[in-house]
Design a protein. Structure first.
Length: 366
C-alpha cells in the first residue's frame, strides 16, 4: 500500500502548483485596487487583512479543485468571499467607540454595527443585479472607495455561473447567517460576549445536543461549508441527498474541527491579548483532546460516506497537518498532544502530510 494515495498526490500537486499561484494573483488584484485608492483607515485595514490572513484564502481555495471544469469561477468566488470575511473581521477587531455612555450601550451599538457590516456577506450570495448598499451605515468610517461593494459584486458575478446554486442556497444562507451572528457577538466586550454566545446557542441546542456551546460557535466560524456547497453547485446537477450528506458532514464536524484547531494553536497569543478563544472553555487539556478526537472521528467517518471520499477525507487530514505543523505548536510545548491528535486520524499518510506542511512552511509557500 502506498503511503499517500495517487489521488491525494494528484490533488495536492494541482493545489500547490495551480491553485496557490492563482490565489496570489487574485489577492494581488485586490491589493492593486486598494493601492489605487487614497489612504484611509478602511484602506489600511483592508491591506492588513490581505497581508495577515492570506492563508485563509489559500486554504479555502482547495475547494476550487472540487470541480475542475468550474475551477476559475470557484477560485474567484472563494477568494473574494473569504476576503470580505477577513476584512470585516479586522474592522470588528480594530474599531473604537468614543460616544457610548455605558458598556451595555456600547455593546448594543457594536452589535448593530457589526450585523449591518456583515449583511454584505448575505448580499454577496445573491444573483440579482448589483445595487449599492450602505454597509457602513453604523460604522465610524465609510470611505473605502467602493472596495467592499466591488468584492460583493465579484461574488455575485461568480455565483451567477453556478448551475444549481438555487438548490444549495438555503443551506449556504443558513451557514452564512450563523457566521454573521457569531462575528457580531464574539467581538462584544469581554464581560458580555460569553453570555450572549451561550444564549445564542440555546436556540440551536435542540438540533445539536451533542455539542457544547463553544463547539457550535467554532463550527459557525468556518466558511468551509459555504465553499463546499458552492463547489457542489458548480456541477450540472446534484441530488437533495447529496446536498444533505455534504452539509451534515461539514457542519458541524469539519467546520468545527477547522476552527477548534485554529484556536488550539492560538492559545498563548489569545491569553496574552485577552482575546476570546473557544479552547479555554474546556475544563482540562484532556477534555480538549477528547472533544477534538470526537470531531476528527466524526469528520472522517462522514467524509468517507460521501461521493469522492478521497477529496473530503483529504480536507480533514489537510486541516490537521496544516494547523498542527504551525511553529506556534512547538513554541507552546504542545508537540506531544499534537502528535496524539494526528494519530487519531489512524493512517500513516497523515504524518507524511504533516511533514510536507512543515517543509512548505520552511520554504515560505504556506
Amino acid at each position: 500500500m502506498k503511503l499517500i494515495k495517487f489521488e491525494q498526490w494528484s490533488l495536492l500537486t494541482r493545489y500547490l502548483f495551480c491553485i496557490l499561484p492563482q490565489v496570489e494573483k487574485e489577492l494581488q488584484g485586490w491589493k492593486k485596487f486598494l493601492r489605487d485608492c487614497s489612504p484611509s483607515p478602511l484602506q489600511q485595514q483592508a491591506l492588513y487583512s490581505i497581508r495577515d490572513k492570506r492563508f485563509h484564502c489559500q486554504g479555502g481555495a482547495f475547494f476550487a479543485l472540487f470541480n475542475p471544469a468550474a475551477c476559475s469561477h470557484l477560485l474567484s468566488l472563494i477568494v473574494s468571499f473569504q476576503t470580505i470575511s477577513d476584512y470585516l473581521d479586522n474592522l470588528c477587531d480594530r474599531v473604537t467607540w468614543e460616544n457610548s455612555s455605558s458598556i451595555k450601550e456600547k455593546d448594543l451599538f457594536m452589535e448593530k454595527s457589526f450585523r449591518h457590516l456583515h449583511t454584505s456577506m448575505l448580499v454577496a450570495l445573491e444573483t440579482v443585479s448589483p445595487q449599492k448598499h450602505e454597509f457602513y451605515r453604523y460604522y465610524p468610517y465609510n470611505q473605502d472607495k467602493g472596495y467592499l461593494q466591488a468584492l460583493v459584486m465579484q461574488c455575485q458575478k461568480n455565483i451567477a455561473t453556478l448551475p444549481v446554486f438555487d438548490k444549495v442556497k438555503e443551506k449556504v444562507l443558513f451557514l452564512t447567517r450563523l457566521y454573521c451572528d457569531l462575528q457580531s457577538l464574539k467581538h462584544l466586550s469581554f464581560n458580555y460576549r460569553q453570555k450572549h454566545l451561550e444564549k445564542w446557542f440555546k436556540a440551536y441546542e435542540i438540533l445539536y445536543p451533542y455539542l457544547l456551546w463553544n463547539e457550535f460557535a467554532a463550527a459557525a466560524g468556518s466558511t468551509l461549508g459555504i465553499f463546499v456547497l458552492s463547489a457542489l453547485a458548480s456541477k450540472q446537477s446534484c441530488s437533495p441527498l447529496e446536498i444533505e450528506k455534504i452539509f451534515k458532514c461539514y457542519f458541524p464536524w469539519i467546520c468545527g474541527l477547522h476552527i477548534l484547531l485554529d484556536y488550539y494553536i492560538d492559545q498563548e497569543e489569545d491569553r496574552r491579548e485577552g482575546d476570546l478563544n473557544f479552547i479555554f472553555f474546556y475544563s482540562s487539556p484532556e477534555q480538549c483532546f477528547q472533544r477534538l478526537k470526537f470531531f476528527i472521528e466524526n469528520a472522517l467517518q462522514r467524509a468517507g460516506e460521501l461521493d469522492n471520499p478521497t477529496f473530503h477525507r483529504l480536507v480533514v487530514k489537510g486541516l490537521l497537518a496544516l494547523y498542527l505543523s504551525d511553529p506556534k505548536v512547538v513554541r507552546q510545548n504542545l508537540e506531544v498532544t499534537a502528535k496524539k491528535i494526528l494519530a487519531v486520524a489512524g493512517e500513516k499518510d497523515i504524518f507524511y502530510l504533516y511533514r510536507a506542511c512543515q517543509l512548505l512552511r520552511k520554504t515560505g509557500i504556506i
